[in-house]
Design a binder for this molecule. Sequence first.
Ligand SMILES: [Zn+2]
Length: 353
Amino acid sequence: MSTSSNWTPISRTNSECGLALAKALILIACLLVGVLLGITTEVVVNRHKSASQSQGLKTEKPVAKKSSAHNAKSVPPQPLNFDVNQAISHVTYLAQTIGLREEGTSDENRAAEYIQQRLAEFGYKPIVQLIPITTTQRTSRNVIAKLDGRTSPQQTIVVGAHMDSKGGPGANDNATGCAVLLELARVLKNNNRQIPTIEFVFFGGEEIAQGGGSNDHHWGSRYFVNALTPVERAGIAGMISVDMIGTGPEFRARNMGLAPKTLVDFMLELGGTSGMSYLRDSSSVGNSDHEPFEKAGFTSVWLEYRDFPQYHTPGDTVSTVDFSHVQTVGRLLQDFFEQYLSPDRMNLLPSRQ
Ligand SMILES: [Zn+2]
């Protein structure tokens, strides 16, 4: 109680003093806050004004241009997906505009030039290997484009498709394979998410040349393998041949059984849901450009749809191609390089060093 009675007057006195002091403090605080707010607001307003003035004083168009230019720099490019319409245009040009592309002829060379032009448009610097065809004394060529890897740049996967055709316009055999490689090269160059280094190799002279014997084929791929330096040879982790992937009910991952089957197993694991199954070549010479790679000990796989009744006939036209197959293979390979082929899986590929 005493505390209370003592406290009251003191309290009153303090309260009076405190009230005046509080008013003064509130006034000062208000002034300070007001000043600060004013300054802050002014700064913000000025900042806003200066930003908008610097962009908007001239005309409205420069503002839009500056804004969009800024956004274009800050927003990364959208990842691309394999576009089957691009593949259709490549198959149509190779098989319909050019048509028959026998090895070492000007028409095979036209195909090589078309492919070089597309690769250059995608940002590559393709190189050309000249291939002597000894049975015809003609010269064929390989077109090679390299895409540097990210986490396993020292390891190279060769992805190959032959440009030449035999007996007809070769829409399925093998404009489809070339189209997959071209579209894959465009997409992966833009996305740049793949693990290993990739060499896209468009082979010349895969077919048996006129007058050639049963083993006179795979000129471009055999030349490529023989021309590898020891360092290049040591860097190749595997080879994928894309050949005749547009027609037929059976989706196959093939090899000759001469080298480790790792790459076949990878493809089967990834492509099993697409109905892919394994087929071992009984032939001793192979039937596509994986042959010289496999004989040199590289794990290799040939991706193919089969059977193909129009094989090596004038009936191998664009109308025979089921482009849903082409899309399946293109998307599969994009997934393979962008998602499936992790550094851990790269380490499972057999080393030849
Ligand atoms: Zn072929």
